[in-house]
Ligand binder design. Structure first.
Ligand code: CP3
Length: 367
């Protein structure tokens, strides 16, 4: 697959994206992602960039969330903040799963404390016509921000990401966050052809968003199917797996590690691996050695400390982190494990507790 598209900023930096990405090739994160021996277990945190950091709140002051995602200098600064502060082994690109929806013209905003809100939900065949494909030139600000970051990060890998078709569909159909996904499931069960067309279009948009990030220099990608845990395995297999598989297939040729994560997906772990992931992200409900049996051989695991443990005293955090590392060792041996929380950092978390956790995991896993 071509590493040099018209959308890459190679001409501006004088370096090919592949060469820039190469600086991180031997990082602990990418070695673990490939299942190679590592100097220590790599750590990063979902939602590490964001509201738990005072320096984040300061630079975001007065700037709406989605506007901030379109300003490369700001994206660069916010992405780097947790790397500087916590010494995590990877950066996650600061953006949001709904940014590509906005880029194709969907009227979406992120309401503080609520999440993405869609002005006109998509529920009919006529609505679906509003969801056009994402073209590489729709997001010049993403290409620019990734390019700036990869140059600055050097040996620290940048993880690109996107929302998976089901999770994006849930926002588009419900019009916002939901607990029971009744409109989404009504379409999935009651209008299967319309549903298939919706998730297929979303797979195209998601794949295009990931390609933009990879071609600009991202070293790995994570597909967030945060809300897929609402589905029974057979419904996931029938109605969601084909679309998520299409996303993983579309980026397979780049050779960058692909992570697949959702919350409450204990019953879906095998299928989420089957979709094409190299690494399956696990929430805190399933120990990693059990998760490994469900995922099957040959794939890495990411996770899975209960985020709420971070509110307990340090000694407890460390004991629970050790349990995660021990379960990982049983599951996948010394490598092929990336330490993370079972879901994202919470806004009220003490940033120092996160920094201490990174140092602890590095120290006790050193080999
Ligand atoms: O640090 C990082 O993880 C990188 C940036 C990132 C954000 N959103 C920034 C953000 C990533 C990877 C996401 C992914 C995302 N967005 C997911 C999947 C991950 C997950 O946690 O399950 C989902 C479901 C969304 C949709 C979304 N966007 C939600 C549910 C929210 C939170 C709403 C709230 O305020 O409680 C957002 C907003 C959002 N995305 C914030 C950040 C830093 C907070 C908004 C702000 O600071 O104003």
């Amino acid at each position: 697959m071509s590493e040099t598209s018209a959308a890459t900023p190679a001409a501006q930096t004088g370096q090919q994206p592949l060469a820039r990405r190469g600086a991180a090739h031997d990082s602990a994160f990418l070695r673990a992602a490939r299942g190679e021996p590592v100097p220590h277990t790599p750590v990063w945190f979902m939602r590490q960039a964001g509201r738990s950091l005072p320096e984040y709140l300061k630079v975001r002051e007065g700037i709406p969330m989605l506007d901030s995602c379109m300003r490369p200098d700001l994206v660069k600064e916010i992405t780097l903040q947790p790397v500087r502060r916590h010494k995590v082994d990877a950066a996650i690109f600061f953006s949001d799963i709904v940014v590509p929806l906005k880029a194709v013209g969907i009227d979406v905003e992120i309401k503080g404390g609520v999440g993405p809100v869609i002005a006109d939900p998509i529920r009919t065949a006529a609505d679906l016509r509003r969801l056009r494909p994402l073209e590489p030139d729709d997001m010049p600000y993403i290409t620019e921000a990734v390019g700036l970051l990869v140059d600055e990060l050097g040996g620290t890998p940048l993880i690109g990401f996107a929302g998976a078709p089901f999770t994006l569909a849930s926002y588009l159909v419900e019009g916002g966050p939901s607990k029971s996904y009744e409109n989404t499931k009504a379409m999935m069960y009651g209008a299967p052809e319309l549903w298939a067309e919706l998730v297929d279009r979303l797979a195209g948009i998601t794949a295009a968003f990931l390609k933009i990030q990879i071609e600009a220099g991202a070293s790995a990608i994570q597909l967030f199917d945060s809300w897929a845990g609402a589905l029974a395995p057979e419904d996931y297999r029938r109605s969601v797996l084909p679309a998520s598989t299409k996303v993983f297939d579309a980026v397979a040729g780049y050779g960058v590690p692909r992570i697949h994560f959702g919350v409450n997906t204990g019953e879906l772990l095998g299928l989420m691996g089957e979709a094409g992931a190299d690494i399956v992200g696990v929430d805190w409900r399933v120990p990693l050695d059990v998760a490994a049996e469900r995922v099957g051989p040959g794939k890495g695991l990411q996770g899975n400390l209960d985020p709420a443990v971070l509110y307990a005293p340090t000694a407890v955090v460390e004991a629970k982190a050790r349990e995660v590392l021990d379960a990982a060792a049983k599951a996948v041996g010394d490598s092929h494990h990336i330490f993370n929380l079972g879901h994202g950092v919470m806004p009220s978390m003490d940033p120092d507790a996160l920094s201490r956790l990174v140092a602890f995991v590095h120290e006790v896993s050193a080999r």
